[in-house]
Design a binder for this molecule. Structure first.
Ligand code: MSP
Length: 593
């Protein structure tokens, strides 16, 4: 019966689903903006990570890129209407000089190296719960077809010509550099060698005849695209940076290398003496995944959110949209840019020996714990420093003590002997604040808590929409603290189930706290899927009651029936998140100056 009435209220379309949210929290939802967003939500969404180079094993920075995309995609799926409307791709970038050289150094064939390292990435992502729908390797035959077709389109539109490229090339970054972006670095024997100013990687002088893309033609179209889509690159400072780059001349771009120099790649169609530039090859992966060149790709393009690190912004925000415009296609809908993880204030690198292995971290801190840490601490706008004490402190305080403690306080047999979701008493907690009467027990702070948690799903959704997942987690964590304050204030352990005066209020305190926990568990699913499952299962929330469209907080307060009231809690499965031992040896000690 209850379910039917909820469904009747919810209706079948996104718009009516939101009217229920309004109904349940009329002060907290503005119908206009939510309806507009909900329409967008009904459309398809395609999330991508960069494809990862296979020259070295994955580190926590790579995992972070993938986790951001995973959390965005999981949040989108929770909003509905159906998982079939989302696609999420990741993969490995296997061609190019960098891989060719790494294989030679390792004494392997490029294929052996690619198979080995691509497998590492796949295992890591599986262990870390990356819910990708597609994993692409650029050495696959389907990708070669897509890249060569794309090349043919650019050629047929007159955008490729043959010319001599002379300048610096950085194999580590796989990019061409103007003189102004190169500096000299002292070598060990007092000599000096040229390096890229931005990355510090060595560069070498190259002069060869290549195919050149008419990038210079796209400066104005790119400016128009960015000016008319101020959300296209987020966070805003990165959008601004790209516009600044476009204030300067945009030289044409060499998009092939001599095959005698670079053989590990896709040959230029009709000219085996040239190999396609690895960035053109790599960027087309986003199309290969959705079926390009077959027409099916059109149902996913351009509904794309590319999640990328700041170091590859130019390739995604200038080259890629220019290639797409050149091929007669739309630029991607959105480019979400994140900053980097450093270790003790330094860039992570094999040569510095400070690379943090993500699999060790997942084992040590649990999958959910480490996912939570990276997404809670990683801020897209700024670099973030890693060290172990930070992880232990954060997880102990927010997951073990605050969230786990709250669950324990509301479900422990000593406080909740019937192990049920107790009834909410509207006379103890009337929906109008400020009422006085002998049975009114709720205080001003309790109303503030209800408002905070009622508005939390919308706040969290806005943070996801703005690519500020850390802020979504901060907001949840702040509400967890507020709920602990509520429980502490009313000390249910001092109330007596046997007393007719205490019992309705005791039930109400637990009911409100459990409702808060249900909201927290639902909202944490994209970041800590197993922990959220454990929490929601303990509360007795079924799989079909975990979507954001079904998230009606404290319906009894708003005069609606609550499907959970009187329901038995789920089985006890131990601590939600066991405290981590501070005394374990660190992988990376705190950096103190
Ligand atoms: N293969 C290219 C991407 C091609 S996409 C068409 C590439 N690969 S990468 O392996 O070097 O980097 C992949 C992603 O990991 C990038 O988004 C990059 O920013 C990210 N990270 C690499 N080091 C990082 C940190 N230290 N911290 C956070 N992310 C970092 O570039």
């Amino acid at each position: 019966m209850l379910r039917t009435s909820v469904l009747r209220l919810v209706g079948r379309t996104g718009a009516s689903r939101l009217s229920v949210l309004e109904d349940f929290g009329p002060r907290h939802y503005s119908s206009g903006s939510l309806s507009a967003r909900d329409d967008a939500r009904d459309a398809r969404a395609y999330f991508t990570t960069p494809i990862f180079y296979v020259n070295a094993a994955p580190h926590i920075g790579h995992l972070y890129s993938a986790l951001l995309a995973d959390a965005l995609c999981r949040h989108r799926r929770l909003r509905g209407p159906s998982t079939a409307a989302t696609r999420f791709s990741t993969g490995t970038d296997e061609h190019g000089l960098k891989i060719q050289q790494a294989a030679a150094t390792a004494g392997l064939t490029p294929t052996e190296l690619c198979d080995r390292v691509s497998e590492h990435f796949q295992q890591l992502f599986q262990e870390a719960g990356i819910s990708c729908t597609d994993f692409i390797r650029t050495t696959e035959a389907r990708h070669r077809v897509a890249v060569q077709h794309f090349w043919g389109v650019l050629k047929s539109r007159g955008l490729l010509y043959k010319g001599v490229y002379e300048g610096w090339y950085c194999a580590s970054d796989e990019c061409f550099l103007p003189e102004a972006k190169v500096t000299r670095q002292p070598g060990p024997l007092g000599d000096s060698f040229p390096v890229s100013l931005e990355s510090g990687h060595p560069v070498s002088w190259t002069k060869e005849e290549n195919y050149i893309f008419r990038l210079s033609q796209f400066r104005e179209p790119l400016q128009r695209w960015l000016r008319s889509n101020p959300q296209a690159i987020t966070p805003e400072p990165f959008h601004h940076v790209v516009l600044q780059w476009l204030d300067e001349e945009l030289p044409d771009l060499s998009v092939s290398r001599r095959s005698s120099h670079l053989h590990w790649g896709i040959p230029v169609p009709g000219d085996d003496s040239q190999t396609i530039y690895v960035w053109l090859d790599a960027l087309v992966n986003y199309l290969t995944v959705i079926g390009y060149p077959n027409a099916e790709f059109k149902s996913w393009w351009p509904a794309t959110s590319h999640i990328i690190g700041k170091d590859i912004l130019k390739f995604h925000a200038i080259y890629w949209p220019a290639f797409l415009l050149g091929a007669g296609m739309s630029p991607p809908q959105r480019i979400c840019v994140h900053s980097h993880w450093t270790v003790c204030g330094q860039k992570m690198s094999k040569s510095l020996g400070n690379v943090v292995d993500p699999r060790t971290c997942l084992n040590r801190y649990t999958v959910d714990g480490f996912r939570y840490f990276l997404l809670r601490q990683g801020v897209p706008n700024w670099d973030c420093d890693y060290y172990d004490e930070k992880v232990v402190k954060l997880l102990n305080s927010e997951l073990a003590d605050a969230l786990g403690g709250l669950l324990n306080r509301c479900t422990a047999k000593i406080i909740n002997p019937s192990e049920t979701y107790p009834a909410f008493c509207t006379t103890c907690f009337p929906s109008e604040p400020g009422l006085v009467g002998p049975s009114v027990r709720a205080q001003a702070e309790d109303y503030a808590l209800v408002t905070s948690v009622a508005t939390l799903p919308k706040q969290v959704a806005d943070h996801y929409d703005n690519f500020q997942i850390y802020k979504a987690l901060e907001a949840v964590s702040s509400c967890v603290r507020q709920t602990n304050g509520f429980v502490q204030r009313h000390a249910p352990w001092k109330l007596d189930w046997e007393s007719p005066v205490d019992a309705p209020w005791l039930g109400t305190v637990l009911h409100v706290a459990l409702e808060c926990l249900r909201v927290f568990g639902t909202l944490l699913q994209p970041v800590t899927p197993s922990l959220a499952d454990k929490l929601l299962s303990r509360l007795g929330v079924s799989a079909s009651e975990r979507n954001l469209g079904e998230l009606y907080f404290l319906p009894r307060f708003y005069g609606h029936p609550c499907p959970f009231e009187g329901r038995r809690l789920g089985p006890e499965t131990g601590l939600l998140f066991p405290r981590l031992d501070q005394s374990r040896t660190w992988l990376v000690k705190a950096h103190r100056t």
